[in-house]
Design a protein around this ligand. Structure first.
Ligand code: COA
Length: 306
């Protein structure tokens, strides 16, 4: 369907497979599946959830956000449902919000979900191949609960943004400051497709991700050798490998599964966390570090003691 090759994609990105939804599958339905799995793994009943945070750049509708549709699917009215737009850093931003809500005592149990349907929004012509080969659909979820045990849980979260780089990875249309928000010309010119200056994004990622991990470690008096598992946002295997090298981490300290899913944006970190747990790589007492960068630019890191 476009001029590319498996070899090019594997070599430049590490991606061998990606999952695309069947037409008609909603983000809310995928989010609900992931939420049920997370609730079961956490031994928490859905009715114990006090608030929902849902991160996505591909909402099912312009408004309202996908969070309320997820809430409806889970039968959780009237708990608050917050949609969060921080793209590839959505899960990290959501983790920070959920952690702050719990620390402040406002909510005890927060359901945090990252979900994306990218496949319906990609330019599948050769012009869009740099983006189209990277992205997949997916959902991942986590349940956060307040505890008196201060040695475990989220140790800290560290977030940053740099709006001056907004256009290096963005989708221009539809745009609410234009009337109509999307025109035939927009569609002809492909302004409704995501566009990216790949090399620029790459450069920022390999600089900012190690930097913000360092910031998180410093804030907790830890060093990179204390990390049992780094779970990076899965954007490109070469980015993860460069971040690993810059932090001086061994292969067994870094989890990657982009090979099978591509970049599922806000869903990559919770999907990776789920698979790392399934593979027995997350044990009690382990220090897990989450890190990511994406459109915004937004980036961040979090440390979690299991
Ligand atoms: N198949 C074949 N060729 C492709 C291609 C594809 N899917 N995508 C791009 N190319 C071509 C380009 O057209 C270009 O051809 P040209 O030299 O004739 O102009 C050539 O490959 C090199 O393109 P370039 O963009 O410089 O490649 P790159 O080495 O930077 O790799 C990315 C492209 C997208 C893989 C890489 O830049 C990247 O991963 N960037 C970060 C992306 C990212 O992480 N985004 C999400 C952040 S959350």
């Amino acid at each position: 369907i476009m001029d590319t090759s498996d070899e090019w994609i594997r070599e430049r990105t590490g991606i061998a497979e990606r999952r695309w939804v069947e037409p008609g599958t909603t983000g809310a339905a995928m989010a609900a599946d992931a939420s049920r799995m997370a609730l079961e793994a956490a031994h928490v009943e859905a009715r114990e959830v006090d608030a929902i945070v849902l991160a996505t750049l591909s909402p099912d509708h312009c408004f309202p956000g996908t969070g309320v549709f997820l809430q409806r699917e889970l039968g959780l009215s009237p708990v608050p449902a917050l949609d969060l737009r921080a793209q590839c850093s959505g899960f990290l931003y959501g983790l920070s919000v959920a952690d702050a809500w719990i620390r402040s005592g406002q909510y005890r149990t927060v359901l945090l979900v990252g979900v994306e349907i990218q496949s319906t929004g990609l330019d599948l012509t050769t012009e869009g191949r740099d983006m189209a080969v990277l992205f997949g659909d997916g959902a991942g979820a986590a349940v956060l609960r307040g505890s008196e045990d201060t040695d475990r849980g989220v140790l800290s979260t560290h977030l940053h943004s740099q709006g001056e780089h907004a256009e290096i990875l963005w989708c221009d249309a539809s745009a609410s400051y234009r009337h109509p928000r999307i025109t035939a010309e927009d569609l002809e010119e492909g302004r409704h497709y995501p566009r990216m200056e790949g090399k620029e994004v790459f450069k920022h990622a390999v600089q900012r991700m190690p930097e913000v991990v360092g910031e998180a470690l410093d804030a907790n008096g830890l060093t990179a050798s204390d990390i049992d598992l780094l779970i990076p946002h899965q954007a490109n295997l070469r980015i993860s490998q460069m971040v690993q090298r810059r932090l001086g981490l061994r292969d067994d300290q870094v989890f990657n599964n982009i090979q099978r899913y591509g970049n599922t944006t806000a869903a990559t970190i919770p999907i990776a966390l789920h698979e790392a747990r399934q593979q027995g790589l997350v044990k009690a007492g382990d220090l897990i570090c989450f890190v990511g960068l994406g459109s915004g630019l937004n980036w961040g890191a979090a440390l979690h003691r299991c």
